[in-house]
Ligand binder design. Structure first.
Ligand code: KIV
Ligand code: NA
Length: 265
């Protein structure tokens, strides 16, 4: 199977073929979604929430993201693997940012990195792309800035914020980003941006007008039953399946039904 490239994603946009993206943080899950034919796997810093149980993404470190990214790369043959640069690693010091990005790529083998922010990190993004590392921008709701905004509410509703978002998208395209992730913004705005720029947009809570869609794997599989935002569609109820399987296993152990003779040496 041929590996998906950033160039291929651009061609998909040109052809009008939507891009499918899911997050993964471990080898086993990456293998499953790669086999299923997902176009891109995002090793999100949402690992801080889904894998560790932290309230925000702020506390996950570069070393920890490298560990998750390596696990996903090991389980992926076809999909493009993109990893989040965690909070503080790409934030206005281009040389430091480049160093972190190079570590990430060298130690994990990921295909590309994703960074939250616009004009504020212009020089960082330029430096990283100049070094040959593909960059995806992340705009709209930026969870790493939760303490700045104080809310996970929809972004880009007011005209000034929508204008800044639009300009940041144009800037990121000009800098050479291969794509833009748009989180939780009005569908109309996301559609306008997607029609204006030539690089693919990947949306989450951004309506159907983006060039692709991304969701968090635990949410999609219904493992996380405490989270049901409007934008989420669940495709399985693994919470129930895993809980019932666990109860069944417990019952078998207690009843001396497991292991049986065939399962013993
Ligand atoms: O970390 C993450 O999972 C993300 C989402 C927008 C998919 O960045
Ligand atoms: Na993220």
């Amino acid at each position: 199977r041929k590996k998906v490239t950033t160039l291929q994603l651009k061609k998909m946009k040109q052809k009008g073929e939507k891009i499918s993206v899911l997050t993964a943080y471990d080898y086993t899950t990456a293998r499953i979604i790669d086999e299923a034919g997902i176009d891109m796997v995002l090793v999100g810093d949402s690992a801080s929430n889904t894998m560790v149980g932290n309230p925000t993404t702020l506390s996950i470190t570069l070393d920890q993201m490298i560990y998750y990214a390596k696990s996903v790369v090991n389980g992926t043959k076809r999909a493009l693997v993109v990893v989040d640069m965690p909070f503080g690693t790409v934030s206005g010091n281009p040389l430091k940012s480049l160093e972190a990005a190079i570590r990430m790529v060298q130690e994990t083998g990921v295909d590309a990195i994703k960074v939250e922010g616009g004009a504020e990190i212009k020089e960082d993004v330029k430096k990283i792309i100049d070094a040959g590392i593909p960059v995806m921008a992340h705009l709209g709701l930026m969870p790493q800035s939760i303490n700045k905004y104080g809310t996970y509410a929809i972004r880009g509703k007011e005209e000034a914020e929508a204008k800044k978002l639009f300009e940041d998208c144009l800037l990121m395209e000009e800098l050479g980003a291969f794509g833009i992730l748009l989180e939780k913004i009005p569908a109309k705005l996301a559609t306008e941006i997607s029609e204006k720029i030539r690089i693919p947009t990947i949306g989450i809570g951004a309506g159907s007008g983006t060039d692709g869609q991304v969701l968090v794997i635990q949410d999609v599989m219904g493992m996380n039953n405490g989270f049901s935002p409007k934008f989420l569609r669940r495709y399985a109820d693994l919470h129930t399946i895993m809980k019932e399987a666990t109860q069944h296993y417990i019952a078998d152990v207690k009843a001396r039904n497991f292991p049986n003779e065939n399962e013993s040496y």
